[in-house]
Design a protein around this ligand. Structure first.
Ligand SMILES: Cc1cc2nc3c(=O)[nH]c(=O)nc-3n(C[C@H](O)[C@H](O)[C@H](O)COP(=O)(O)O)c2cc1C
Length: 185
């Protein structure tokens, strides 16, 4: 049975939901999954081997979580030893405008530059606006940003989920398929 590692960084919790959904579909595909939040294993060197690795984080002010960067830097050998993919969760990925959605890739490129890790595949995933979880300042800030970007999601008494959950599941399944093809080659 293939053994997969998923490590994710999250600030408000949405990427944890994405990582858990990925873990579920990968388990349904018959694989074992080890799932960790990066801040819980900051600075740890994990013991492999794994047959595949998924690393994911969310974007805040243009950056992914520092704990995720640290994890990747500490575990470069582990990551180099197996097929790997990066999933990045952001609001920019929800934009239809090419220039705005390009910012999602800019954050990924920065992560790759800073860690020196080159995932075989990158998946950009639209995140969520969770007004009910933000403090007063962040709620106000996020509403201003949403307004500035011409968004219509301005009701701060509720949350908005932009994630295409079917696409998340397809991503998980296709990663497993990719591992199987690799193993058979
Ligand atoms: C303070 C703050 C800053 C953010 N900055 C960005 C950003 O620079 N670019 C972007 O595309 N999304 C940005 N977002 C949106 C988050 O990436 C999005 O809400 C994501 O779903 C958060 O995932 P998490 O709950 O796993 O942290 C920001 C959100 C907050 C609350």
């Amino acid at each position: 049975m293939a053994r997969l590692l998923i490590v994710y960084g999250t600030t408000e919790g949405h990427t944890a939901l994405v990582a858990r959904r990925l873990a579920e579909v990968i388990q349904q595909e018959g694989c074992d999954v080890e799932l960790h939040e990066s801040k819980e294993i900051r600075g740890t060197t994990l013991k492999g081997p794994f047959d595949g690795v998924l690393i994911g984080g969310s974007v805040h002010a243009g950056d992914h979580q520092s704990s995720l960067r640290e994890f990747v830097k500490h575990n470069r050998d582990l990551l180099a030893a197996a097929p790997s993919a990066f999933f990045s969760v952001s609001l920019a990925a929800a934009e239809v405008d090419a220039e705005a959605s390009g910012e999602a890739q800019v954050a990924v490129d920065k992560f790759i530059r800073e860690t020196g890790w080159h995932p075989e595949r990158v998946e950009l995933i639209a995140g969520a606006l969770v007004y009910t979880q933000y403090n007063l300042f962040i709620r106000h800030l996020m509403k201003l940003i949403a307004k500035h970007e011409g968004r219509t999601e301005l009701d701060t008494s509720r949350d908005y989920d932009f994630t295409d959950w079917d696409a998340v599941e397809r991503f998980g399944r296709s990663f497993v398929q990719h591992l199987r093809q690799n193993a058979a080659a």
